[in-house]
Design a protein around this ligand. Structure first.
Ligand SMILES: Nc1ncnc2c1ncn2[C@@H]1O[C@H](COP(=O)(O)OP(=O)(O)O)[C@@H](O)[C@H]1O
Ligand SMILES: [Mg+2]
Length: 141
């Protein structure tokens, strides 16, 4: 498996580090599992890529793999707890939990259409500054 990390220098995300880690871990785990399902004699398609960049007050993190893509059955209920799984032994919780965590930051996770393999995009906006009561941590992704 080839891992490519392309995170902008000094990127900061307005989110709890443990929770953000959990979100990325869930997506990366799915990506690894997808790569395991690819044709074994297909060495060119064995990549997991994580990118991060800021666009104004929003941070975009993408987790991509060159696996077989998300099938139609999984697409239909992708972010619903216990519903989206198409893997034997899968819980269908990974994406539901990830989406819930990101929603708590006012962000979202989307499946990006039209890519080779699969790309999920996490969008996390900076929180509004509430002078005096602001308690959020700014962390390095
Ligand atoms: N990177 C991916 N490539 C292909 N299919 C994916 C990918 N990520 C998620 N899926 C599909 O979405 C389903 C739901 O994922 P998830 O919520 O993490 O549950 P689980 O991994 O337990 O099945 C998976 O079973 C799979 O069918
Ligand atoms: Mg999963």
């Amino acid at each position: 498996m080839r891992f490519v990390g392309a995170v902008e220098r000094n990127l900061r995300v307005d989110a709890d580090p443990d929770q953000l880690f959990r979100v990325i871990l869930n997506l990366a785990r799915n990506a690894m599992q997808a790569l395991e399902r690819r044709a074994p004699n297909d060495p060119g398609r064995d990549q997991l890529r994580v990118t991060g960049r800021r666009e104004g007050a929003v941070v975009m993190i993408e987790v991509s793999d060159t696996g077989p893509g998300v099938n139609d059955r999984a697409r239909a209920r992708l972010f619903e707890a216990f519903q989206g799984s198409t893997r034997p032994g899968g819980t269908g919780l990974g994406l539901a939990i990830a989406a819930e965590l990101v929603r708590a930051y006012g962000g979202e996770i989307r499946l990006v259409d039209g890519t080779i393999g699969t790309t999920f995009r996490i969008i996390i906006p900076d929180r509004a500054v509430d002078i005096g009561t602001r308690r959020g941590e700014r962390v390095r992704a």
